[in-house]
Design a protein around this ligand. Structure first.
Ligand code: ASP
Length: 438
């Protein structure tokens, strides 16, 4: 069994966290390949090393002195090294990084040094081999990941290593400069490494017990999801549920490797398992999760005999296309059609769009409503459980919330419900408690 383990910034924030990480790795021989982030926040008001590095970059770019800002970074690593009792001296590395920054090495180079140094420290502490991500993770000229070259080189390099630490977040461009993924990108590196070594499992260690069934800012103490499919996860992340970087799913999904989200501070918890397919479903949990987003508008179009007017939908969507607006949902009735759009996308174009739509389809009425929130109720169990929609709508009605729109995908994997923004929390809680108090 081979496991790739990725640790997020909060898992490596200080020496005490490093110790937890080392205990987790040493607890199982299978945990062979380790992908660390840069040290994150030690407390709410602390600053992540990555952000300290961006600050240094900005100062250097303006030609200002970076001594003080850079000292803060050195202090973070030096205290970890000292408190772990390692005989490791990063002076040479620090000097080189500082001088590259002063000589205006790129922004991505600066940011990547957090993971790079984290990797050196962790490899030293574990006695694992350190492999610089710039030697094994490749980007193409257009900035996208060169996944085939990366997979080829990385699997070749790792095949000769029993264990290794590969820093997250960055790789190299064809011109040899360092490039990072977007923020939170160490998740992607972990996934790439898991694919390259054909791991049995990709463990992603963070500071929560896994994916929660709902946003804890909206629903009090929501349960953790024990198992979720990639597709369900995609639906929930699209609606704003975050724990894992979105792009981290693709490499392992292609290779059929499950991801296990775990909590470094509570390794006794099983976390959330993300799998390609789940056999059967838990009858207790028809619903896997609920996610919601504010800030939508609806354009409601009504026209007698719309149903038989061929090309009606196309003409509506063409207007939006020409305005470069993407729509989120498109529920329609016999003589009505609603287009749901993120309100931001309409800024400065509202009147023009209504005029153009009117000219394009000559509707009986057309109304634009703002202040809409969308709620996605996601669950593979819904395919098998009759009456799910009825149950959700009843719960919402009992909470005295008016449903503005409903959209059920044909996959029966999710139901999207639009409500007024002021009813959002009430509706989320009503749906959650309908299922979780079971
Ligand atoms: N350190 C980077 C960030 O703060 C990448 C990561 O942690 O995944 O975004």
């Amino acid at each position: 069994m081979v496991k790739v383990v990725k640790f997020g910034g909060s898992s490596l924030a200080d020496s005490a966290q490093f110790r937890k990480v080392m205990n987790i790795i040493n607890a199982e021989n299978d945990r062979k390949y380790v992908v660390p982030s840069a040290p994150g926040k030690r407390s709410k008001d602390d600053t992540k090393v990555t952000d300290l590095l961006y600050r240094c970059y900005e100062l250097a770019a303006k030609g200002e002195n970076i001594d003080e800002a850079f000292s803060a970074i050195m202090d973070r690593y030096n205290s970890i090294i000292k408190e772990l009792g390692l005989s490791l001296d990063l002076t040479g590395e620090f000097e080189q990084i500082k001088s590259s920054m002063i000589h205006k090495a790129g922004r991505d180079y600066a940011a990547s040094r957090g993971e790079y140094l984290s990797g050196i420290v962790l490899a030293n502490a574990l006695g694992y081999k350190f492999i610089d991500a710039a030697d094994v993770i490749f980007f193409k000229e257009d900035g996208s990941l060169d996944s085939e070259k990366t997979n080829e080189v990385l699997s070749d390099v790792l095949k000769d290593c029993d264990n290794a630490v590969i820093p997250g977040f960055y790789g190299v461009m064809p011109n040899d400069t360092v490039k990072t993924f977007s923020r939170g990108g160490s998740d992607i590196t972990g996934s790439i490494v898991a694919r390259a070594v054909e791991a049995d499992l990709y463990e992603n260690w963070t500071d929560v017990n896994g994916f929660l069934m709902a946003d804890p800012r909206v629903v009090k103490d929501p349960c953790t999801i024990s198992k979720i499919t990639y597709r369900e996860l995609r639906e929930l992340s699209y609606m704003g549920a975050t724990v894992l970087h979105e792009d981290a799913i693709f490499p392992v999904r292609t290779a059929g490797i499950p991801i296990n989200i775990r909590n470094t501070n509570h390794p006794e918890e099983a976390g959330t398992m993300i799998v390609a397919k789940s056999d059967g479903y838990d009858h207790q949990r028809v619903i896997t999760g609920i996610a919601g987003k504010h800030g939508f508008s609806t354009i409601f179009i009504e026209k007698d005999m719309m149903n038989s007017e061929i090309g009606f939908g196309r003409r509506v969507l063409e207007v939006l296309e020409r305005e470069n607006i993407s729509f989120e949902h498109l529920p329609s009735g016999v003589d009505t059609m609603t287009v749901v759009i993120a309100s931001d996308a309409l800024a400065g174009k509202r009147e023009r769009i209504i005029e153009k739509l009117t000219a394009a389809v000559n509707p009986d009425s057309i109304t634009l409503n703002d202040g809409i929130a969308l709620i996605a109720v996601v669950g593979r169990g819904m395919q098998n459980a009759k009456g799910t929609a009825a149950r959700i709508f009843k719960a919402i009605a009992e909470a005295d919330v008016n449903i503005r729109m409903i959209d059920q995908g044909s996959s029966e994997l999710n139901i999207i419900i639009a409500v007024d923004e002021c009813d959002f929390e009430k509706a989320m809680n009503a749906i959650y408690h309908e299922y979780v108090s079971e």
